[in-house]
Design a binder for this molecule. Structure first.
Ligand SMILES: *[C@@H]1O[C@H](CO)[C@@H](O)[C@H](O)[C@H]1NC(C)=O
Ligand SMILES: *[C@@H]1O[C@H](CO)[C@@H](O)[C@H](O)[C@H]1NC(C)=O
Ligand SMILES: *[C@@H]1O[C@H](CO)[C@@H](O)[C@H](O)[C@H]1NC(C)=O
Ligand SMILES: *[C@@H]1O[C@H](CO)[C@@H](O)[C@H](O)[C@H]1NC(C)=O
Ligand SMILES: *[C@@H]1O[C@H](CO)[C@@H](O)[C@H](O)[C@H]1NC(C)=O
Length: 540
């Protein structure tokens, strides 16, 4: 891509200003590609053709079914003048990148609309590292009739994007992180939804579990999607609630749940919590505007979900789980709610490291088979709680165990806590850390920051699985109550805390985790691989 001239054009478009930007400062959005990469033109029907001023140039503008193209109209070039020898390349915007259109008027008094200046298109630009950005694009022409014709045509085109939401139920958790969810929503999200003409119905939750009880009953007819504004715990609660609702509506029994039905509405996740692993994994970046634009553009991804159950009873739906170190760290952090989220997380990690102790467990797992096999087995055994005897079992002393259906990208793990799984390839990662010395364990935790060989340690094992059963074997009567009777009575050793999507789940008996491919649709885009490995953890 040529950067110089094209770059300065983009800058002029984005800012609506006309100064020349230094070429190196301007990013080239992918919507403005050289002609070679343009969408197929031959078959395109021309809808409108006319003259508008774009940037500084008077342009010949053509609107077809897929793109808006323009080329500056220039006077005859004076021969030999190098300044005029630049090729007048055609530029374009794909219509699928437009999310709103407005008539542009000169600012005037409140009671009277100003003189018409032209049309403003609102477009979604792709930036580096999976980020999306909103931008405007002005087509200047002072003729009311001319603009009205084009405006109505753009409206018609926008109405044709039937996968884009027109009405959303917004659930906002005001308690997330440093309580910035409300600010984030009203400052960054709502203005974009308004421009896109999306109707919203907002509930600000008042207590933990509010979203769950609300989604049990509330009328969802008329909404095209649900959006949650908060962190991982909140997003997971809402996903769980949507899936429970779907089972109830379909009359599906949640005990021995082998084949749950899919959630009826797609879910959008606006990252506004202390951990935003779900949003990060979905969009490749925990970025509010990117998440909002994916919702507006109706980008939808099916995502795998796990069920967690014990003795045949469904505990919850979720995307990822840890126990051992990852569970105990969370249990400790919960006792220090008065600290700031980052403070208590670091504090809990240090404390859990100091008390590092393996769990005696029995882990059974069902390795992933080919999907054809899986389908056959599912139909054959759909009336039983178990698949039969293809289970493998390992027993021993484990420091930390992860079971993850999604890659779990986060700042300390740019490739994810489960880098070998994807959002919806029908498998979970089971990652097991066997007992080792504290320094070796810390070395392993730090290796998440790297982009490869994260699990290259003799005490770490990884499996690709579709189901896992975990049975704790710690001998209760060996438990010495004096050992941990600290001032806060922290994390008794015989409790078995799980961390499910950042929420604490304490279960005494066997936990059964099962993967359900593509059970929910989330708003989000397919991301590109990240290369940078600049990740640090403040406390390791
Ligand atoms: C162990 O615990 C840490 C921190 O709590 C977590 O980030 C990590 O993914 C866990 N899993 C494994 C297998 O180390
Ligand atoms: C899911 O993706 C990962 C990474 O590409 C791969 O290792 C794994 O085998 C995939 N699983 C399936 C079922 O395709
Ligand atoms: C775990 O490993 C450490 C260090 O190698 C060792 O001191 C400890 O006894 C082991 N614990 C168990 C329960 O095996
Ligand atoms: C638990 O430990 C006690 C004494 O340490 C022993 O008598 C008992 O048999 C153990 N129970 C199990 C289930 O291993
Ligand atoms: C990652 O590296 C590849 C090749 O080295 C490059 O093409 C790609 O643009 C890079 N991606 C990012 C996000 O930097």
């Amino acid at each position: 891509m040529s950067r110089g001239r094209r770059g300065s054009r983009v800058r002029a478009l984005e800012g609506g200003r006309e100064e020349e930007a230094p070429p190196e400062a301007a990013a080239v959005p992918s919507v403005l590609l050289p002609s070679a990469q343009q969408p197929e033109k031959a078959a395109e029907q021309i809808l409108l053709r006319g003259i508008f001023e774009i940037g500084r140039d008077s342009c010949d503008v053509v609107l077809s079914k897929r793109a808006l193209r323009w080329r500056p109209i220039r006077p005859e070039r004076p021969a030999g003048d190098p300044k005029f020898d630049l090729p007048h390349e055609e530029e374009f915007i794909e219509l699928k990148d437009i999310f709103s259109v407005k008539l542009k008027r000169r600012c005037s008094s409140i009671h009277q609309s100003g003189t018409l200046l032209g049309i403003t298109l609102f477009i979604c630009l792709k930036k580096e590292q999976n980020k999306l950005k909103d931008s405007t694009f002005d087509l200047i022409n002072l003729s009311e009739d001319h603009c009205d014709l084009w405006f109505r045509q753009f409206k018609k085109i926008l109405a044709g994007f039937s996968n884009r939401p027109k009405s959303l139920k917004i659930l906002l958790n005001p308690q997330s992180h440093k309580r910035e969810a409300t600010y984030i929503y009203y400052e960054k999200v709502e203005p974009l939804l308004k421009i896109a003409g999306i109707k919203t119905d907002i509930t600000i939750t008042e207590y933990e579990g509010h979203a769950l009880s609300l989604l049990k009953e509330c009328e969802l007819q008329g909404f095209d999607g649900i959006v949650c504004v908060g962190g991982d715990g909140f997003a997971s609660e809402v996903a769980h609630a949507l899936l429970l609702r779907a089972q109830k509506n379909a009359g599906v029994e949640t005990d021995c749940l082998l084949t749950p039905v899919r959630a009826q509405l797609p879910l959008g996740v606006i990252p506004a919590g202390s951990t935003n692993v779900l949003a990060h994994s979905l969009h490749g970046v925990p970025h509010v505007v990117t998440a909002t634009l994916h919702i507006i553009m109706g980008h939808i991804q099916p995502v795998d979900v796990c069920t967690f159950s014990t003795t045949g009873k469904l505990l919850r739906f979720g995307f990822s789980a840890m126990f051992g170190f990852g569970g105990r760290t969370l249990a400790l952090a919960e006792k220090y709610r008065w600290m700031s989220p980052n403070q208590r997380r670091d504090f809990a990690i240090i404390k859990a490291l100091a008390k590092l102790k393996p769990e005696n467990c029995e882990i059974s797992f069902l390795p992933l088979k080919s999907s054809q096999n899986l389908q056959e087995r599912r139909t054959l055994e759909s009336r039983k709680c178990d698949y039969g005897d293809q289970w493998q079992m390992i027993q021993g002393q484990f420091l930390n165990v992860s079971i993850m259906a999604i890659p779990c990208l986060c700042s300390v793990a740019p490739r994810g806590l489960a880098p070998n799984t994807r959002l919806s390839n029908g498998s979970m990662a089971l990652i097991i850390v066997r007992n080792t010395s504290r320094p070796e364990f810390i070395k392993h935790l730090k290796r998440y920051a790297s982009v490869k060989n994260q699990f290259n340690f003799p005490f770490v094992e990884t499996y690709t699985v579709e189901a896992v059963k975990v049975q704790q074997k710690n001998n209760m009567s060996e438990h010495n109550p004096e050992e941990e009777n600290g001032p806060h009575g922290i994390a008794p050793e015989n409790s078995f805390p799980w961390n499910v999507d950042g929420d604490l789940m304490e279960v005494a008996s066997e936990v059964h985790v099962r993967l359900h491919p593509k059970l929910i649709c989330l708003y989000g885009g397919v991301m590109e691989e990240m290369n940078d490995s600049k990740a640090t953890c403040s406390c390791l």
